[in-house]
Design a binder for this molecule. Sequence first.
Ligand SMILES: [Fe+2]
Length: 502
Amino acid sequence: MQRRQVLRLASACAAGSAVTLPVFAKATADPWLAEFQQAQAHLPWTLGYRTPAGDFAGASAQVSGHFPAAVQGVLFRNGPAIHDMGGRRYQHWFDGDGMVQRYAITATGVTHSGKVVRTPKFVEEQAAGKRLLEAFGSKWLDSRPVTGPDAFNAANTSVLAVNGELLALWEGGSAFTMDPRTLDTRGAKVWSPETRGVPFSAHPRVDTNGTVWNFGVSALSDMLVLYEIGPDAKLRRAQPVRTPHTSYVHDFAITERHLVFLLPPLVLERGRIHDGHSFVDSHVWRPELGMRVLVVDKADFSRQHWLELPAGFMFHLGNAWEDTQGVIRVDYVHAATPDVLYGTDRALMRGQMWPRPQYHIATALLDPARGKASQELLPMQAEFPRIDPRLTGRRHSHLFHATQSQPTHPGFSAVARTAVETGQTDMYSYGADHMVEEHLFIPEPGTSPGGAGWVLGTALDLKQRCTVLACFRADRLADGPVALAKLPYALPLGLHATFMPA
Ligand SMILES: [Fe+2]
C-alpha cells in the first residue's frame, strides 16, 4: 500500500457506523450530573471538575513575591473544562471540551484569560445547546455516529508552541491553531494534504535543535504515524509504522538517535466499538501481552527494534537518553494497572473518590542490540513528569513532578524534584487543601543544560477556592515559592502546559 493511502486510512473513522447502545434509555434527568451536583455540597475537591460559566475575559492576580525575569512570558495550559452541556454530564474527565488558559507574567504582575477551543464539535454542540456526539469515554443512545477522529476532537490535553504558533492538542485527532494573544481558535492544523485529519498526539517532543517529533495512534489500522517537523513548523516527514495491535499510547520519548515507545497491554478491540462501548471502554487490559517496547531510528523509520518489559500501564514518560554502547535509559510513571483511567477519572465526574492511584517512577534499561530490557521502580509517587528541556533526549539527572496523594481528594498536593539515579527527592507541599497541576522547568538564561532554573506551575486552593500560579527555585523547592499569584476565581483542573518566554 502506498504511504499516501496508508496515511489516509489513519484519518478514517474508528467508530464509524451506527450502533445500538446498551446504556440508559431516554432519561429525563442525567444521574451523573445529579450525583455531581449533590457531591458539590460537601466535597471541596469537586471545585476542580465544575464547568465554568464561559470564557475568562481577563483578570489580574494578586501577587506576592517577585517572578524572576526567566519566567516572564506566557504560560499556556490546556485541559478538559466543559463537562456539562444541556443537562448532561460527561462520564469521563478526559471528555470535556478543552479550555486553554493564558497566564501573562510580567515584572509588575500576572493576568489571566481562558478560552474554550472552538472545535467544530464544540461549536455545533454549543449552537444546539446539547451534546450531539459521543466522546472518549461517554456514549449515549442518541449519540450521533462519528465520521472520523476530528468529529469528536475535544482539543483538551496539551499545548505546543512552535515557530510562534500555538497549538491546542488532543491525542486522537488534529491539533488546533490558536491565536497566542487572544486565544481565538483559527482552525485545525494541516501539516500536509496527506496528513489532514491524521491523529497527532498531545505529547510531541521538542529536540534540542528545535525539531518537533510526534506520533499519532491510528485506531483503525494498528499503526503509529510518526512525524518529524522542523523548527519552522514545516512537516519534514510523516510515515506510518505497523504495530502488532493498537495499544493505548499517550506519550513517548526521544534520544539523540531514536524514538522510544512503550506500548502498554491496554489493547483496542474494534468490535467493542460496534457493540456500543465508548472508545476508552473498547480497550481491554491484556497483561499477558507484556509491555512491548518499540525503538525507531530517527534517521530511518524503517529501522526498528522490538523489546519487552513487564506488563504495566503509564500515561507519561520523563525522558530517554542513550550511552555510547547504544543502551537507552528511559524513565516513566508506572502503574500496575489502568485503574486510574477506568476508576478515578470516571468516578470523579459523579463526585466519587476512587482508591488512591499508585503511580511510581520507573527507570528502564533498553539494549536494542542485544534485545534486552529491564526496569526498576522507585518508591516516589509521581505524575506529570517534566525535565530541563535543554536535556531532552540527553542524559538528565532529575524529574520535576507532582506527588503526595491525599485521602481527601483525587490527584496530588505537592511538587517534587527527584534524582532518577538515586531516588532522592526535594519537595514542596502546598498542603492537603490543594490540588497540584503540572509544573514546568524554566531554564535560567545563560546557564548550561542541567543547570539553574525555575519551576513554574499551578494548583487549586480548595480552601480559598481559587487557582494559584507559583514559581520556585528549581534546586530549592522545599523553601517554597519565590512568587505566588492568586487568581480571583477557581479554574477547572487541567493537564499540560507550555511556556513562551517574553
Ligand atoms: Fe498527558
